[in-house]
Design a protein around this ligand. Structure first.
Ligand code: ADP
Ligand code: ZN
Ligand code: ZN
Length: 726
């Protein structure tokens, strides 16, 4: 008799033991159906033990193992355990956060797809004891199925199908799921890959010549310098060696373009997407295709970092600086950091690409932990976009635009070029203001202002989703003069409509893309030149390649300068370089106009000079002097309750619990969160930090155990390791 130690989706930092009378060695890493309280649930077997951790009479039997899904490999179990340890998050939630939701409901969908086959236990035994010695064709096919973990009926010749039938009748193989994507027929003629630039060749040579094994590379390449082409060449060499590649991008909106490039370059290879825009069923199938080895390339967002890939040979993290790699709720992991851990564990290279690497990566490179590769030249136009800072002081803005911007837009439109107006704020205007008494519309549930939307007239809270009718009179003084203050994408859109009535406009923000669902059509429209003027938020700023786009106008960037977050300037710089990089990727050189009240600000000067390195160096010195990351390691205890006093009281008790054990760790005072009220909850936080990561984690282990034991907790709390938001 064995005991299965199962990760169940509950917020408790422990595994749950179940009795198991079946074969114990086959249970590790499997999904298991187990009783839990009054219900049944699906968990993952993380350990198999000969003795239970609790009194044996309290241990219930596991109901069954889910045989349709191959077990998670030891490697993935290690990754999950590491994620749970490092982020100090309950293992059950980590495991379930990492698996596609559909996996738990797999039985129904498995039945529908029965066109693929995998090795059954009897087949394994047959291979081991040579039962098929007399039938070499059967043995060869079985061997093949064993090697690639599964085989698709569609990929078999007629004779092989007959052999397969024999294998199935003998119980050597069993039916297996068929991921659609992997079956897709090869595309028509493949365009030959471009001739590499000298810089690209040098980069690839450096990687090819380095010793095999774990190696983190920081590919620092200006926008349009051909980083993606470098990834494709690396993918190519992995595919030649029959390996698998994991390509991570920060945003769903970036997947269609890369997917197209990857599919066109590698027709006939299994390529699957993994992101939240896919249905549960497709996502599950794609995940299974990666696990079976059938998908050679996985292209995904954050959570794809957990996908099992038995032949994984390379991980690419594109736009590695992007904050979207950090999950901001549930398990607060950073996919970039886990990707590096995973590469080390598998002893394979990992390539981090960015025009503006995160300071963490920049610093790691300086200390020699990452090897740096540089692409300094743009591929196509050979010129960087020209950046102009347009001062707004003393300027009369018309509809939010300085005259220089309107002129430049008119000129590009005349020359049949596309223009992007970038403003990182959706809605019509961020403030509705009473000029008589200075009242502004606020969210009843959050410490935030309501944003005026006009496409469907409403006041909306961008933090909790609260929406209400637009006030006609001031609720405070009854005044009638309510004014929208400031600009959002909708207001800019209507302004541009008035100024350029002939131009075809397209507004791209979360409201128009419906969480990226409409994005593929919109992207087509831009590529097919059905659009002249784009108005977009940061959705549009990242990685896209629109050759006809030659002018980018940036509005309202100044706002970030007022942020209290010490990462704000790093992020603003990255964002401006990103959005500037959208201009002039085709034949026509690009122009970028940034409207600002502070053209002399060091940040704008750095953007103007397009000098990432110098700016990063300055920021790094500032961080060193101030004792900020990456020079210290941080964790944030975030708490919330119905009342601020209660939240703070909880954090104060947490401070007291930490005092005796905090050697080498600084515990700061509790403070209300920047968004002190969210969704009716009052939030505060407590920062702890140390110059030693080991010390910090040792402290967290003890401290969080004490906090969990502290039953009288009246606040909900969560720990955020390496927090990105302050
Ligand atoms: P990045 O990822 O650095 O922004 P991309 O890889 O998207 O740059 O390259 C920008 C453009 O240049 C793309 O349209 C790409 O097809 C093209 N390109 C990349 N490398 C080459 C090359 N060696 N020769 C010609 N065109 C190239
Ligand atoms: Zn008023
Ligand atoms: Zn709100």
């Amino acid at each position: 008799m064995a005991y299965l130690r199962v990760a169940v989706d509950v917020p408790l930092p422990t595994l749950f033991d179940y009795r198991w009378d079946g074969r114990a060695d086959a249970a590790l890493g499997r999904l298991a159906l187990v009783p839990f309280g009054r219900r049944q649930t699906i968990g993952v077997v993380l350990e198999v033990a000969s003795k239970p951790a609790v009194a044996p009479e309290r241990v219930k039997p596991a109901l069954r193992l889910i045989e349709d899904i191959p077990p998670l490999s030891a490697e993935i179990l290690d990754l999950l355990r590491f994620c749970s340890d490092y982020y100090h998050h309950p293992i059950g939630e980590v495991v379930h956060n990492a698996l596609p939701q559909g996996l738990r409901a797999i039985r129904s969908s498995v039945r529908k797809q029965a066109a693929a086959f995998a090795l059954a236990e009897a087949g394994e035994a047959a291979l081991a004891d040579g039962a098929l010695r007399r039938a070499p064709a059967l043995a060869a096919l079985l061997e093949r199925i064993a090697n690639c973990q599964s085989v698709y009926l569609a990929n078999l010749a007629a004779a092989e199908r007959r052999h397969l039938k024999v294998l199935r009748d003998r119980g050597y193989v069993r039916e297996w799921i068929c991921p659609e994507a992997a079956r897709e027929a090869p595309q028509s003629a493949v365009a030959p890959p471009p001739v590499l630039t000298q810089e690209q060749s040098a980069v690839l040579r450096a990687i090819a010549q380095s010793a095999s094994g774990f190696r983190p590379w920081l590919l620092q390449g200006v926008t349009g310098s051909g980083k993606t082409e470098v990834y494709l060449r690396l993918v190519d060499s992995v595919l030649r060696g029959r390996g698998q590649v994991l390509l991570l991008v920060p945003e769903i909106s970036l997947t269609p373009q890369l997917e197209e490039r990857v599919r066109n370059r590698f027709p006939g290879h299994g390529i699957v997407m993994l992101h939240s825009g896919l249905s549960n069923e497709i996502r599950t199938r794609n995940w299974l295709a990666a696990q079976s080895g059938e998908a050679a390339i996985v292209l995904g967002t954050r959570s794809a970092v957990f996908v099992p890939m038995p032949q994984l040979q390379l991980i690419v993290v594109d736009e590695e600086h992007d904050a979207s790699y950090k999950q901001l709720d549930a398990v607060r992991y950073c996919a970039r950091d886990l990707a590096i851990w995973r590469a080390r564990q598998r002893a394979i290279p990992v390539v981090l690409g960015s025009a503006t690497p995160s300071l963490e990566s920049f610093y790691a490179a300086q200390r020699g932990r990452y090897a740096v590769l540089r692409l300094t030249q743009r591929v196509t136009s050979h010129v960087h976009p020209r950046i102009t800072l347009v001062p707004t002081t003393g300027e009369r803005l018309i509809e939010g635009f300085a005259a220089a911007l309107t002129r430049a837009i008119a000129e590009r439109l005349r020359n049949d070029q596309q223009v992007l107006v970038f403003i990182n704020r959706r809605g019509y205007s961020p403030v509705l203001y009473c000029s008589a008494c200075t009242w502004t519309a606020g969210c009843p549930r959050c410490s935030a202002r309501l944003v005026l939307h006009t496409t469907r007239p409403r006041l909306v809270c961008h933090h909790c989703g609260h929406a209400e009718a637009v006030a006609i009179t001031c609720p405070q003084c009854g005044g009638l003069d309510l004014q929208p203050i400031g600009h959002g994408t909708q207001r800019i859109e209507s302004a541009l409509h008035r100024v350029f009535p002939q131009a075809r406009l397209l507004r791209i923000d979360r409201d128009t893309t419906q969480g990226a669902r409409h994005w593929p059509q919109m992207r087509r429209a831009i590529e097919d030149r059905q659009v002249d003027l784009l108005i977009g938020t940061q959705l549009l700023a990242k990685g896209h390649d629109f050759p006809a786009l030659s002018l980018v106008c940036v509005l309202n960037a100044d706002q970030s300068l007022y942020s209290t977050d010490f990462r704000a300037s790093e992020q603003l710089f990255a964002q401006l370089m990103q959005v500037a990089g959208r201009a002039g990727r085709g034949e026509v050189p690009g122009d970028v106009l940034i409207q600002t009240a502070f053209p002399a600000h060091p940040l704008y000067q750095a953007v103007y000079a397009q000098s990432y390195e110098a700016f990063a160096q300055t920021l790094l010195s500032e961080r060193r002097a101030a004792g900020f990351p990456p020079f210290v390691h941080q964790a944030m205890l975030r708490a919330e309750s119905g009342k601020m006093a209660q939240t703070i009281a909880f954090l104060e008790s947490a401070v007291r619990l930490g005092e005796g054990i905090s050697e080498g760790v600084t515990i700061f005072d509790p403070a209300p969160a920047v968004m002190a009220r969210l969704n009716g909850r009052e939030r505060a936080q407590l920062l702890v930090q140390s110059s030693s990561r080991t010390r910090l984690h040792r402290f967290l282990d003890q401290w969080l155990t004490a906090l969990r034991a502290n039953a009288a907790t009246s606040a909900r709390w969560v720990i955020d390791v390496d927090p990105l938001e302050v």
